[in-house]
Design a protein around this ligand. Structure first.
Ligand code: KIV
Ligand code: ZN
Length: 501
């Protein structure tokens, strides 16, 4: 089996997509999980983009143990210095230099001639190489570039010391056959290319990113760039879970394998969705809620007789927990910790204490606590912050054609503060009451509410995006009562704002 390297760009290209921005601790959490997932390279960010980006790339480099850590850089000395200064702490650092190679980008964006582009590649790849042994060069908009010129760009980068040449379908324009032909052409016409990794980086504007990436691999690419849940610029990047599971499920056909521990896929996908508050579509391949659900009678009959009739993968292959009844209100802290560990969540004593309080409160309301409930608790604890404000109680009065009134009581240090407000709906009224308590000037940019477990006593998870100044904060709240979830999410976001000040 041929080994394919998985280059994850969730924290760089993925994070560029609307609603997916993450703060430093969220990026670190995600990076640790990507390391556990077993990807070969984490692209941690674009170090020059802002001081915050620099700090996250640096912190990830200092944290990650197993995989390579890359930072993106344009072809300028300043970008390359910033990338190196941020990744130099990594066990395996990489500088990822890029420059566009298509005529349209060179003429209108770069305002550079072909000769100038080649000179810049030679100069900046060599400069990156003088700092770091592992240098990736990307020819932005490669799929719309003149093939001979693209080949020259790759040859120049290889001569200057690149260890990887990346061929992006930046605007998601290509078809699988075209990407196959392009990689084949480059392999046949680029001196030195046999000594470096060829990488595929496909966007999903026409819904072909995964198919295009697989076509590149079949044509001889040895690295594939992708993101968890397929997040990324515009329509997203090729989805990591789809590529990895395609290679695993169709192993005999592709004759390729990756180092990804597929049983960590579900947890990674859920973590990202919980951190960003961007829900996963139910019909999303591999990780969507319906990906393994068989609704029609004919399918159910077949699956009961033999799962292979309709199932090409098992839920356990990607680490989906079994929805078995596991714990109840008489279960103790040890049982909760054991179950969390079995589900793959390592928690500190403080995290366990906090979760146990919420577990008991939940067990009072719900008779049967399943793996999904425990998982929802574990994921919501990823949003745990110092609770400057703590929800004590709330009452809302709502209905059709009446004024919506909310009364919210919170604890701040040793003080109990209570406020009443009216609003356009019960949640709006509750948020206005909380605003009166905190006195903060913030705006609610996004609100979502999803059932995260099944049944009539399902838990609802509310996620809010709060803007305070230039920063966006994600708050998350979980309860069987949707109004309570919404208030908890708002207060969680506020606690993050207060904690960051
Ligand atoms: O899509 C693209 O071209 C990129 C490059 C910077 C690698 O993300
Ligand atoms: Zn991209």
């Amino acid at each position: 089996m041929k080994k394919i390297k998985v280059f994850d760009t969730t924290l760089r290209d993925g994070e560029q997509s609307p609603g997916c921005s993450m703060n430093l601790s969220e990026k670190l959490q995600m990076a640790r999980q990507l390391d556990a997932l077993g990807v070969d390279v984490i692209e941690a960010g674009f170090a020059i983009a802002s001081p915050e980006d620099f700090k996250s790339v640096e912190a990830i480099s200092q944290t990650v143990q197993n995989c390579k850590v890359a930072s993106l850089a344009r072809c300028t000395q300043g970008d390359i210095d910033a990338a190196w200064n941020a990744v130099k702490y990594a066990k395996y650092p990489r500088i990822h230099v890029f420059l566009a190679s298509s005529d349209i980008h060179m003429e209108y964006k770069l305002k550079m001639t072909r000769e100038q582009v080649l000179e810049s590649i030679a100069k900046h790849v060599a400069y990156a190489k003088s700092l770091c042994n592992d240098v990736e060069f990307s020819a932005e908009d490669a799929s719309r570039s003149d093939r001979e010129f693209l080949s020259k760009c790759c040859e120049t980068a290889i001569k200057a010391g690149a260890t990887v040449v990346n061929i992006p379908d930046t605007v998601g324009y290509s078809s699988p056959q075209e990407m196959f032909d392009l990689i084949t052409f480059l392999r046949e016409n680029t001196p030195g290319i046999e000594n470096v990794d060829i990488s595929a980086h496909c966007h999903d504007d026409l819904g072909m990113a995964v198919a295009n990436s697989l076509a590149c691999l079949r044509a001889g690419a040895t690295q594939v760039e992708c993101t968890v849940n397929g997040i990324g610029e515009r329509a997203g990047n090729a989805s990591l879970e789809e590529i990895v599971m395609a290679l695993k499920t169709r192993r005999e056909y592709f004759q390729m394998e990756t180092c990804v521990n597929t049983q960590q896929i579900y947890k990674t996908s859920k973590l990202l969705s919980s951190i960003t508050g961007v829900p996963i579509s139910p019909s999303k391949s591999i990780v969507g809620a319906n990906a393994f659900a068989h609704e029609s009678g004919i399918h159910q009959h077949g699956v009961i007789a033999n799962a292979l009739t309709y199932e090409i993968m098992r839920p356990s292959d990607i680490g989906i927990p079994q929805n078995s009844m596991v714990l109840g209100k008489h279960s103790g802290k040890h049982a909760l910790r054991d179950r969390l560990n079995q589900l793959g969540y390592e928690v500190t004593k403080e995290q366990l204490d906090g979760m146990f309080v919420r577990f008991k409160a939940l067990a009072d309301k719900k008779k049967n606590l399943t793996d999904h409930d425990i998982e929802a608790l574990a994921l919501s604890s990823t949003h745990a912050v110092t609770a400057t404000y703590e929800l004590i109680s709330h009452v809302v009065s709502t209905g059709k054609d009446i004024t919506n009134i909310a009364c919210v009581k919170v604890k701040k240090n040793d003080d109990i503060i209570e406020e009443v407000a009216i609003g356009a709906g019960p949640i709006d009224a509750a948020y206005k009451a909380v605003d009166r308590i905190t006195g903060l000037d913030l705006s609610l940019e996004n609100f979502s509410l999803n059932a995260v477990t099944d049944g009539e006593d399902a838990m609802g998870e509310a996620v809010v995006k709060l803007r305070c100044g230039n920063e966006l904060y994600t708050g998350c709240g979980l309860s069987t009562d949707v109004i309570e979830s919404a208030i908890r999410a708002y207060i969680n976001g506020i606690n993050k704002i207060v904690g960051a000040k």
